[in-house]
Design a binder for this molecule. Structure first.
Ligand SMILES: [Fe+2]
Ligand SMILES: [Fe+2]
Length: 172
């Protein structure tokens, strides 16, 4: 049985994951209308993954005697100054999510809720991967700068980045 404190903290994370999904969906739309199909596909996939992160939490809360709260969400940014700006936002958002997961882990230990603590370890590893991915992308974007040709190649390459990560994840 989840304590009220843990339930509330997990529900807060459910909202954060749902908002992440919306943020990335908005980024996908912006990239798609700007004609960067590769970036759009990448962001659609990120958005789906965030929804999965949310669902995993929802099921955990409900299965442990809590009640997952599906709440209203903060509206995401729908336009961006540049792709660099967009990916900076993605990176900063992932750092924010990692901090939120760390705080949750801290609360689970304080509450001596070891099953929640164990459950959260998946999120801890996931955030390491996501931050690394966002950092790699940002490094590439910084190299390209305003070069249109570079952006074209980046749009093509980001799909390969998606593929190689999917391959790494498959042994699970
Ligand atoms: Fe997430
Ligand atoms: Fe994420």
């Amino acid at each position: 049985m989840l304590s009220k404190i843990i339930e509330k903290a997990l529900n807060k994370q459910i909202r954060i994951e749902a908002e992440s999904s919306q943020i990335y969906l908005a980024m996908a739309c912006w990239a798609e209308v700007k004609g960067l199909e590769g970036v759009a596909n990448f962001m659609y996939k990120q958005s789906d993954e965030e929804r999965e992160h949310m669902l995993k939490l929802v099921r955990f809360v409900n299965e442990r005697g809590g009640h997952a709260q599906i709440s209203e969400l903060k509206a995401p940014n729908v336009t961006f100054k540049s792709f660099k700006g967009m990916f900076e936002m993605l990176f900063e958002h992932e750092v924010f999510v990692s901090e939120s997961i760390n705080e949750l882990v801290h609360i689970s230990l304080e509450q001596k809720d070891y099953s929640t603590h164990n459950f959260l370890q998946w999120y801890v590893s996931e955030q390491i991967e996501e931050e690394a991915m966002a950092r790699t992308i940002l490094d590439k974007i910084n190299m390209i700068g305003d070069d249109k040709g570079g952006l074209y190649l980046f749009d093509r390459d980001i799909n390969q980045l998606t593929v190689s990560t999917a391959v790494q994840e498959s042994p699970e």
